[in-house]
Design a protein around this ligand. Structure first.
Ligand code: FAD
Ligand code: NAI
Length: 468
């Protein structure tokens, strides 16, 4: 039986990064991943194959179409007859996915990581290690990392299939649906809803809660709703889905909203109501791996499960279901296995939503800071007073800084506006170092750049914004 120091089950951002770091640290490493694309193994998990990367490719393509149609004229560029070639757009997206998943395979080769394509199963303990069935071959591993990720949560009334799709199907419609229903106004709902609206669909989003993007700062979610509604996304809040039926023509959804019963007809329905941990087929029961009541693998602060030598990271252990959180856990765990001090700072994990305008935040919202009993001061600065944003022709949104009123420590930064996905990084770095809003305000920011809005928001927290 082949033996490895580290066997990783799952080749998504948590697993493939853990494997690379483990190999860098000198461990004889293998990874088994079952994801299949075009009949072959495709490393990179949900993120590279059917999540972060293809959704962002489609967001980019559809945003270009929207800009050509609506914004080019303002820049003095007249474009007639722009139209979508959907199969080409989907082909470009597939090409981006191919490049990146192939890149992971290349990195595995480069780092001498043995790669198995197929199901990975925990079989039994043997001596100091564990026997794993890796795609039909039994191997022995001293340490096992479970990184099996998550799957879309299904709505019992609307099982996936036919016109009812989860994220993978929602990235592959062969034609733009005239009427698109979305259940769940979360991150997938607003990102993929935006994609298809820009390409021509009439999009209706049905949300159970009275509001949306509840994890964002209130000021940001309020502004986001205003902007999204202006674009034509139709939201219904506090709805209760009571019936979903589909036939060849499409899907009929019945729901109650403010005590009214409504029936809506859609050509396609995306169900995006969150994700659940994926442990099917892993053999958790067979070896007695402990899961919590929601099915997440239970771990301690060092990613140790209840079984000595078996660890877990990424979406399957819960917390923020984000690729960069999963990757950082992969690095931290590999380093801990090597006796180093791996660490993830869960207080400053950035969130980014790639809509237009983009949304990004890190740290505490104003409300969370107050709930912690902190006295806070805030500063807000709009993109409409920024030269670069005006030059771009996109001055929507603002940056809001939340700082401790007594110590000035930067507690959180919240953004909605152009390219804020790229602006959040510097604020994460300042929070990582325990910096203050004064540190952010005194850092020289190039002119003219969008990043000056971040600086001005920090100045505004001390009531000394210069350009407002
Ligand atoms: P996964 O990526 O799910 O990888 C797990 C892998 O393990 C999969 O390949 C799976 O097939 C395999 N596997 C499972 N069980 C077994 C087994 N028993 N044997 C072998 N293989 C197995 N996050 C962001 O940070 N930014 C984004 O922009 C973003 N966009 C997203 C868009 C969409 C539409 C979706 C659905 C998600 C998005 N996410 C985003 C979330 C991100 O994809 C996940 O947080 C991330 O992929 C989690 O990584 P992971 O390695 O834990 O799990
Ligand atoms: P989500 O958790 O972001 O949102 C789900 C929404 O569905 C919530 O608003 C919830 O209240 C609502 N909901 C739940 N049950 C419902 C019901 N029965 N009827 C109506 N509404 C209901 O989950 P989503 O959008 O599925 O995304 C899953 C995860 O994937 C995200 O939480 C995130 O971790 C990750 N992701 C990250 C992205 C990014 O970082 N940009 C992009 C897309 C996904």
């Amino acid at each position: 039986m082949d033996t490895f120091d580290v066997m990783v089950i799952g080749g998504g951002p948590a697993g493939y990064v853990a494997a690379i770091r483990a190999a860098q640290l000198g461990f004889r490493t293998a990874c088994v991943d079952e994801f299949t694309r075009n009949g072959k193994g495709s490393l990179g998990g949900t993120c590279l194959n059917v999540g972060c990367i293809p959704s962002k490719a489609m967001l980019d393509s559809s945003e270009r179409f929207e800009m050509i149609q609506h914004d080019a004229a303002e820049h003095g560029i007249d474009v007639d007859g722009a139209r979508v070639n959907l199969s080409k757009m989907l082909g470009r997206k597939a090409g981006v996915v191919d490049k990146l998943t192939g890149g992971v395979a290349y990195l595995f080769k480069k780092n001498k990581i043995t790669s198995f394509h197929g199901l990975g199963q925990l079989v039994r303990q043997e001596g100091e290690g564990w026997v794993i069935n890796a795609a039909g071959t039994e191997v022995l591993a001293k340490q096992v990392i479970v990184a099996t990720g998550s799957s879309p949560r299904a709505l019992p009334l609307a099982p996936f299939g036919g016109h009812i799709v989860e994220n993978s199907g929602a990235l592959e419609f062969s034609e733009v649906p005239a009427r698109l229903g979305v259940i769940g106004a979360g991150v997938i709902g607003v990102e993929l809803g935006s994609v298809w609206r820009r390409l021509g669909a009439q999009v209706t989003i049905l949300e159970a809660l009275p509001g949306f993007l509840m994890a964002a700062d209130d000021a940001v979610s309020k502004e986001a709703l205003k902007q999204f509604q202006k674009q034509g996304l139709e939201f219904h809040f506090s709805v209760n889905i009571t019936d979903v039926q589909q036939d060849d023509a499409g899907v009929t959804v019945s729901y109650t909203e403010k005590d009214q019963t409504v029936t809506a007809q859609f050509d396609k329905l995306i169900v995006s109501i969150g994700r659940v941990p994926h442990t099917a087929g892993l053999g958790a029961d067979a070896v007695g791996l402990a899961l919590d009541e929601r099915g997440f693998v239970k771990v301690d602060s060092h990613y140790r499960t209840n079984l000595a030598g078996i660890y877990a990271i990424g979406d399957v252990i819960g917390g923020a279901m984000l690729a960069h959180k999963a990757e950082e856990e992969g690095v931290a765990l590999a380093e801990m296995l090597a006796g180093q001090a791996g660490h993830v700072n869960y207080d400053v994990i950035p969130w980014v939503i790639y809509t237009s305008p983009e949304i990004a935040w890190a740290g505490l919202t104003e409300k969370q800071a107050k709930e912690k009993g902190l006295t806070v001061k805030t500063g807000q600065f709009p993109f409409s007073a920024n030269g670069r944003a005006l030059g771009h022709g996109d001055p929507r949104g603002f940056v809001k800084v939340v700082a401790d009123a007594q110590t000035d420590r930067l507690l959180g930064v919240h953004m909605i506006g152009p390219n804020v996905s790229e602006l959040i990084g510097e604020t994460v770095a300042i929070m990582e170092f325990g910096g203050s809003s004064e540190d952010l305000a005194r850092t020289v920011h190039a002119h003219p750049t969008l990043s000056e809005v971040v600086k001005e928001a920090a100045l505004a927290a001390d009531k000394r914004a210069l350009h407002m």
